[in-house]
Design a binder for this molecule. Structure first.
Ligand SMILES: *Cc1c(COP(=O)(O)O)cnc(C)c1O
Ligand code: SF4
Length: 364
């Protein structure tokens, strides 16, 4: 038990975050060397765990895992990204006064940012300014956040995120859960953590003990996986362990150009998620955050992939909701591909094969 606890900390401490360390895993390309140099000059964070680094293809700089880990010079380009994106998106300058650690877009739920540390610094992160570039400095004051939640009785759902909240110590996680559970109006706790994918060793017996049990306030968890190669036996074990604690595990993928935007990869990703008991929740359109233009597809792409590779083509449980997260909340990007026509007495609908059927039009 102690051994496993040490393993996740050891993984974090030996983060693969220098050119020299990266060379132990892959043949670094000249383009990657340039990307790393620029990132280091700009003081931009990068790196991942030795575990996740070992999943990279050593020979192919276009490896879908490698492109999420290794900085690119393209991050300096910014044609579509909005400057000061997070302040704009999270309405931090215009809205009611809130602690830095509380992001609010809805009446009944908030995102509670408890750290800016991650086990992996994803190149496509929309919180890049905060987490990766760190031009934006927030106070991560958990007490201040907890007090704000106590004072706002309308908050029934607390999404604990960051950064990655599972880089916190067991004690901090236990304290946070206990404090949230004591707030009478809090009905559910959600964690957003990439650890089941990039640091599955984090799901230790000690953490399981903290997370498990049938409480009034349940815990839900969403992880972040973008490519089938990211899913291993270790991930399967971590997810199973979370489920045995009574925690549902969902996925929030980001649609990334050249990584998961072709039908074969897209279908394989969603089938593999289901095979390790992860339920796809959201597929996010790559947000207009700065420095991630090179990952962005046309908006229609995600809906087309669901139409051409998922809906009707495979298990319905494998289908995520395709959304874009905006400053006015998450918005569905699923047009009515199935809806052909409505007349006074019927609707005409189309299935995934292009076949047509009808449904009676019932008056109110
Ligand atoms: C994503 C998000 C939520 C949760 O949204 P759901 O659609 O309920 O998953 C809540 N608050 C903020 C600020 C968010 O960004
Ligand atoms: S783990 Fe999440 S918050 Fe951290 S860099 Fe990746 S996408 Fe951003």
């Amino acid at each position: 038990m102690t051994h496993q606890m040490e393993e996740w900390m050891r993984q974090l401490e030996s983060s693969v975050n220098t050119l020299e360390k990266l060379q132990n895993y892959v043949t670094v390309s000249p383009g990657e060397v340039r990307g790393i140099k620029v990132a280091e000059e700009e003081g931009v964070r990068w790196g991942t765990t030795p575990y996740f680094a070992s999943l990279m293809d050593p020979k192919d700089p276009d490896c879908p895992i490698r492109r999420q880990i290794v900085p690119s010079v393209l991050e300096q380009e910014n044609r579509y990204g909005v400057e000061n994106y997070l302040e704009w998106k999270e309405n931090r300058l215009t809205d009611e006064h809130r602690p830095d650690c509380i992001a609010r877009q809805y009446h009944d739920r908030i995102a509670f940012l408890v750290t800016d540390v991650c086990a992996m610094y994803c190149r496509h992160c929309f919180r890049k300014e905060l987490v990766v570039v760190r031009g934006l400095r927030f106070r991560f004051d958990i007490e201040e956040g907890l007090q704000w939640i106590r004072d706002h009785e309308e908050i029934r759902d607390v999404l604990v995120t960051g950064g990655d909240p599972f880089v916190l110590s067991d004690d901090k996680i236990e304290y946070l859960i206990a404090q949230l559970r004591e707030i009478p109006h809090v009905q559910m706790i959600r964690f957003g953590t990439r650890t089941p994918i990039v640091l599955p060793q984090r799901i230790t017996p000690a953490l399981k003990k903290i997370l498990s049990g049938n409480h009034r306030v349940p815990i839900w968890l969403n992880t972040h996986c973008n490519h089938p190669k990211e899913i291993t036996e270790e991930t399967a074990r971590a997810v199973y362990d979370l489920l045995t604690c009574g925690i549902n595990v969902g996925n929030q993928a980001v649609l990334l150009k050249g990584i998961n935007d072709d039908p074969e990869t897209f279908k394989a990703l969603h089938q593999k998620l289901i095979s390790v008991r992860i339920r796809p929740y959201y597929l996010f359109y790559c947000e207009p955050a700065p420095g991630i233009d090179h990952f962005r597809t046309p908006v229609e792409k995600g809906a087309e992939l669901i139409r051409d590779a998922i809906r009707g083509h495979t298990t319905g449980l494998a289908q995520p909701m395709y959304v874009v997260a905006t400053r006015i909340g998450k918005i569905m990007l699923m047009p009515y591909y199935s809806y052909v026509e409505k007349s006074d007495n019927e609707y005409t609908l189309r299935n995934y094969k292009g076949e047509i059927t009808t449904l009676p039009n019932i008056p109110e």
